[in-house]
Design a protein around this ligand. Structure first.
Ligand code: SF4
Ligand code: SF4
Length: 338
């Protein structure tokens, strides 16, 4: 598979790189086997984060033997210098390594968070200190806001930036990617499948791979999925006109106001599994799986109507979705009899 240099770094990453967000201890294919298979296929960049559950630890189990075969990145969602310094040390321990190639200030999608991480006592200072100590090689930021991305690139403080790259989030492709390329800040794409919203994920992945992005992450949850995505990238073909039309029609249908399944809104005050509720709603409405979706919803311990409207999830959602309102609508459509 094609490899690309990430910005000014010395990292030559495989165009399709491994997103560790979906790894968890109870996967049918076993997380360690999936990570090992990715390395066997030649994928050489693996991304994870402190807040992806057990993902770092599961990747770390493979790194004991195979650290030299890949580049690693992780992220801290905490904003203060002391907290991020703590997270960096935890990431190093979890990943079984003494050096992480790229470390991100994670999901800087609100102005107040940007101001904190850039301050003297903010996350970036911790990452730079860790860089001096040889624990981190490159500084990075991930965001779901195009204006913040541009501002961050123009500071010259970041070696790498992570952006959503898909048809829904066009402003990143049209406005941010050219600035990053000009400033030689490495571009790592995320969310090529927009949280599973597309009916034809293969086409969506090819769309993302066709953009000017050096490494495109895709969240992997099984060996079959990994092999399929690898194949798509390895024998990459640009979209035909009709495929492009199909994708555009889908994106018009969905608009922008939908859940991307990132899980950043959690934990819910009353433990509603917010992304799952929206996923079941999607099964029912877009994938014609009405009965299945209602059955699954019925099995959830906490349903949408238990929401106490505290608003905490809305403050954390990078897409600023009106979760309270959407939760009520999802409950309405899923709570009916099968
Ligand atoms: S607003 Fe509702 S769904 Fe959101 S965290 Fe509060 S209780 Fe949970
Ligand atoms: S509601 Fe928002 S934060 Fe929660 S999973 Fe969906 S897109 Fe992510």
């Amino acid at each position: 598979m094609r490899k690309n240099r990430i910005g000014k770094t010395d990292i030559e990453a495989t165009h399709l790189s491994f997103g560790g967000i979906k790894l968890h201890p109870n996967m049918p294919d076993k997380a360690e086997n999936i990570v090992s298979k990715a390395l066997d296929l030649g994928i050489n960049y693996i991304d994870t984060a402190r807040c992806y559950g057990q993902s770092e630890v599961l990747i770390g189990a493979v790194m004991k033997e195979r650290r030299s075969q890949c580049y690693l990145s992780s992220k801290s969602i905490r904003r203060k210098k002391s907290e991020t310094a703590e997270d960096i040390d935890t990431s190093l321990r979890n990943l079984n390594t003494d050096m992480i190639d790229i470390y991100f200030c994670h999901d800087i999608s609100r102005d107040n968070n940007y101001d904190i991480i850039m301050s003297e006592s903010g996350s970036l200072a911790a990452i730079k200190e860790a860089q001096k100590a040889g624990k981190i090689r490159y500084t990075a930021i991930s965001t779901h806001r195009a204006d913040i991305a541009i501002k961050a690139i123009n500071t010259g403080e970041f070696d790498v930036i992570m952006l959503p790259i898909n048809l829904f989030d066009q402003e990143f492709i049209t406005d941010v990617v050219p600035v990053a390329l000009k400033e030689k800040v490495g571009i790592v794409g995320m969310k090529p499948l927009a949280g599973g919203a597309f009916k034809h994920p293969q086409i969506a992945l090819r769309y993302s791979l066709a953009q000017d992005v050096e490494a495109q992450l895709v969240g992997i949850s099984s060996i079959a999925e990994l092999e399929e995505d690898f194949q798509i990238a390895d024998s990459f073909k640009p979209l035909s006109e009709s495929e492009m039309e199909e994708l555009k029609e889908e994106s018009m249908e969905l608009g922008k106001d939908f859940c991307r399944q990132c899980g950043y809104c959690l934990p819910c005050t009353v433990e509603i599994d917010i992304p799952k509720v929206f996923l079941y709603e999607r099964y029912a409405k877009r994938f014609w799986l009405d009965d299945f979706a209602k059955e699954q919803y019925a099995m959830l311990e906490m349903k949408g109507d238990e929401c106490v409207e505290c608003g905490k999830c809305e403050d954390r959602c990078p897409y600023e979705l009106p979760i309270i309102e959407k939760m009520a609508a999802a409950h309405e459509s899923l709570a009916g009899k099968v």
